[in-house]
Design a protein around this ligand. Structure first.
Ligand code: PLP
Length: 411
């Protein structure tokens, strides 16, 4: 079945049939899964595909020469090809890692950063795009954080006046708290003008929009398979070819070498250079199937549907009294709504919603500096949606929030 439906919204009812977990009941209510920014649900095509892998292809790729290992190698390489095509990169530029966190940590260890260099991150970042850079302070690297304005937009002036010692600009494509979509193309252009490299944290954007690393101008780009319909344990670090010869080893061991003598080691080239030891082959295979699934829908259709969900989400809560809503004021947003019910902690809001079958995250969402310093909150409740959510679920959600605000909040 072709799910490509140009010109009209994708058919969420049809898509939902592919996600077995969505027919589950939680606390006596149909599950409304609004926690896709934490991890997405998985379609049957991915779940069944992983089973197929173990029943038909399971061997350790790139090592043994027997037939089965050759088939596993073909499957592993095919997954890399699919990822490369998905973001308009070459397969040699795709390193499989566990997740976005590992991808950014790898970059922080492997990039040629040294004492006196400057890394520029931002206030909008997830902890995994803050902590790996803060660690570099120990070796004398300066780390700056670009500010955000009242509408959670990054201070572009900062990027226009980057100091000469800036070696790396690292920024999220989409905030996991406010849903703000940053103009990473412009940021990359400004960083390059200043002679700096650019790393894009695409953990929240890769599931939702067409990414073209060449068009953005990304030198490095990181994302996680589990947030884009794929399995846990597999992620990607894209590394532009021009950086390869400058990068240092990260993990060392089996299969990342050409030859080993006790006094002379010759390494493989990237990506194998960064894939020491046995890899998550099942994960890579599953990610390839998730990409197939997204491609069948078409990322343009995913984006159009996201837009409809996001608009309806913000419109629906706008009239609810007693809420603080963080985002949706201007600019471009992904389908993420961070909010608080005045007078309640976000965990209480998530608890009340859970009792009605709604799965939402609450707290700091691994972005404590942004939430405490910029939103001036001690956490938020967060609804994050994806292709299997519906406008009707949003209506039920808004009604439930209204109840909670009226019953327990401070209006
Ligand atoms: C913007 C952003 N960056 C990085 C991460 C870390 O992703 P992972 O936990 O898959 O490593 C997340 C996870 O929520 C995220 O939203």
């Amino acid at each position: 079945m072709s799910m490509e439906r140009r010109g009209k919204l994708l058919d969420a009812a049809q898509i939902r049939k592919d996600f077995p977990i969505l027919s589950k009941k939680v606390n006596g209510h149909p599950l409304v899964y609004f926690d896709s920014a934490a991890t997405s649900q998985k379609p049957r095509q991915v779940i069944d595909g992983i089973r197929y892998f173990y029943e038909n292809l399971n061997a350790n790729p790139l090592r043994s020469i027997h037939k089965l290992a050759e088939e596993a190698t073909i499957a592993y390489n095919a997954a890399r090809d699919k990822v490369a095509k998905f973001i308009n990169a070459d397969p040699d530029e795709i390193v499989f890692v566990r997740n976005t966190t590992e991808a950014i940590n790898l970059a922080s260890y492997a990039l040629p950063l040294k004492k006196g260099d400057r890394v520029v991150s931002s206030y909008l970042e997830h902890h995994s795009n803050i902590l790996p850079w803060l660690r570099l302070k120990d070796i004398g690297v300066t780390v700056d954080f670009v500010d955000v304005d009242d509408e959670y937009e990054l201070d572009m002036e900062h990027y226009r006046s980057l100091p000469n010692d800036t070696r790396l600009v690292t920024v999220s494509h989409e905030s996991n708290v406010s849903g703000t979509v940053n103009d990473v193309r412009e940021i990359a252009a400004l960083a390059h003008e200043a002679g700096a490299m650019v790393l894009i944290d695409a953990a929240q954007s890769a599931p939702h929009m067409k990414i073209d690393v060449k068009d953005i101008g990304a030198d490095l780009l990181a994302f996680s398979g589990h947030k884009m319909l794929g399995p846990f344990g597999i992620g990607v670090l894209y590394v532009n070819k021009t950086l390869h010869e400058h990068m240092k080893p990260f993990l060392t061991g089996g299969e990342m070498i050409e030859s080993v003598r006790l006094n002379d080691v010759k390494y493989q080239k990237i990506p194998r250079f960064y894939e020491a030891g046995t890899q998550d082959v099942e994960g890579a295979y599953g990610l390839g199937l998730a990409i197939d699934y997204l491609n069948r829908i078409g990322m343009g259709n995913v984006e159009a549907y996201d837009k409809a969900l996001t608009e309806h989400l913000f419109d629906s809560v706008r009239s609810v009294k007693g809420l603080d809503v963080y985002g949706g004021k201007s600019g471009k947003y992904g389908p993420i709504l961070s909010f608080n019910v005045k007078g309640l902690h976000s965990h209480d809001v998530a608890y009340f919603l859970d009792k009605k079958g709604f799965a939402l995250r609450s707290g700091f969402h691994c972005a404590q500096p942004f939430i405490e310093d910029k939103l001036k909150a001690n956490g938020t409740a967060r609804a994050s949606l994806y292709i299997y959510n519906t406008l009707a679920e949003i209506d039920r959600f808004a009604a439930e929030i209204k109840n909670i605000a009226r019953k327990y909040g401070r209006i």
